[in-house]
Design a protein around this ligand. Structure first.
Ligand code: SF4
Ligand code: SF4
Length: 421
């Protein structure tokens, strides 16, 4: 009998640096079919910046005892976590969960040798953002007004990519209905910066005949950004809080693709029957409109929109078809030719890896402009606030499907409100 290879032998003697199973780790057969779907590989051409290269690095750490060094950190942190590779992989390698494990291991690993002071500053910044501000919604709202003022005083450099905050959106008040049969999850940053999208989502859902609640205390931060950053314990605390904020068994509608993907994964994150039951109640906004079976009172606007698929809607929730289904009665839908490649937003990626994020975005913007109809203004439909901000910072006009639908509601819709546009 042949001697087992080093990988095969190590698969039975787990070091446990990464919280993954043997099957997850050794499932990759290095076929390379994922490479064209990886935005960081497309931009750099480096194997280490590809899904295959990243999995090889994880194997080296987990199975061969390689250290969690700067090289490993760069390879993992350079990943946008778009999961385009996962959707393309014929071997069903669960890349998202592998990467989450790697990021969690790095979150508690020693600082990189080359830049200890920079790393320390970044750790402090991340602690303030993830542990102090995001879980405290009133603090986030207060800081948003400070940011708004700083923007008006021209104190916020454009290279930060923060969208121009609008007082009208920040002052929008959302009303819950009595005896709701469905709830809208409003989130943290989206509620602070893009509450006008929630307003339009509520309007469309009411036009579909729904009675809508807004969740109790704690129905704000879902922990998606924390999972991205490997802060799994904090993500679990936030997930438990969100589940408590939505008692009962009604649908929970989410109009942020990133948040919806994270909330649909609460079962895996918490591993409890309650978490799995809650995750089954979560629906993306467009998905919910389609499954409600109600024909919205829409008029054909005659306008074209270019559809951008947020990765967490397309590759994770696999609900991107619903966006097309709900918009098609009112808009001429235009597809890009890049097969849903990532735009480079990726949670905090656009802030932490601005150069690479901008190179990835350049390709996306080119694909969108190439697809747009000649002579028509370019309007992009995007169901994720992070993508909307990232693409908006490149000068594109981006609208959430809820905003586009609200603008196309007939005057006779059940809210009695007039169309916005
Ligand atoms: S992750 Fe999947 S598609 Fe990519 S190289 Fe491995 S087996 Fe092939
Ligand atoms: S998640 Fe996206 S960026 Fe990361 S390896 Fe996969 S395709 Fe590349």
């Amino acid at each position: 009998m042949a001697e087992p290879t080093r990988h095969q032998a190590a698969a039975f003697v787990r070091r446990g640096v990464l919280d993954v199973t043997d099957d997850e780790l050794i499932g990759c057969v290095a076929c390379g079919l994922c490479l064209p779907h990886c935005p960081t590989y497309r931009v750099t051409g480096f194997e280490v910046a590809s899904p295959r290269g990243r999995i090889a690095a994880m194997r080296a750490v987990e199975l061969d005892g390689a250290p969690l060094d700067d090289e490993f950190r760069d390879a993992m942190e350079g990943c946008v976590q778009c999961r385009g590779c996962e959707a393309a992989c014929p071997s069903s390698v669960p890349f998202g969960h592998l990467m989450e494990s790697a990021r969690a291991a790095l979150a508690s690993a020693p600082a990189p040798r080359a830049s200890t002071s920079t790393h320390r500053l970044r750790q402090i910044g991340e602690w303030l953002a993830y542990a102090v501000v995001l879980p405290r919604h009133s603090l986030l709202l207060a800081l948003t007004w400070v940011l708004w003022l700083a923007q008006r005083l021209r104190l916020v450099p454009r290279r930060f990519g923060i969208p121009r905050l609008e007082r009208s959106a920040m002052r929008t008040v959302l009303h819950a209905d009595a005896d709701p049969d469905v709830a809208l999850f409003t989130g943290c940053v989206m509620d602070a910066w893009q509450r006008d999208v929630h307003h339009d989502a509520l309007r469309v859902m009411r036009a579909a005949g729904a009675s809508i609640g807004l969740g109790g205390p704690g129905a704000d931060c879902c922990g998606a950004l924390h999972v991205h950053a490997g802060r799994i314990d904090e993500a679990r605390r936030l997930a438990r809080r969100v589940i408590e904020a939505f008692p009962g068994d009604g649908d929970v509608v989410v109009d942020s693709a990133g948040c919806g993907a994270a909330m649909k994964d609460y079962g895996h994150l918490l591993g409890t029957p309650e978490a799995y039951a809650f995750a089954a109640r979560v629906h993306d906004f467009s998905e919910w409109v389609v499954t409600s079976g109600v024909e919205l009172p829409l008029h054909a606007t005659g306008h074209a929109v270019v559809v951008q698929d947020p990765c967490h809607l397309r590759h994770v929730q696999r609900a991107h078809g619903a966006v097309r289904a709900v918009l098609a009665p009112a808009y001429d839908l235009v597809e890009t030719a890049d097969d849903g490649l990532c735009c480079g937003a990726g949670g905090a990626y656009a802030v932490l890896h601005a150069d690479l994020a901008n190179q990835i975005r350049d390709r996306k913007v080119a694909a969108i402009r190439d697809a747009a109809l000649p002579g028509e203004p370019v309007v992009v439909a995007s169901a994720n606030p992070g993508c909307a901000m990232h693409l908006g910072a490149a000068g594109l006009t981006v609208r959430h499907p809820a905003q586009l639908l609200a603008a196309a509601l007939d005057r006779s819709d059940s809210t009695g409100a007039t169309p916005d546009a």
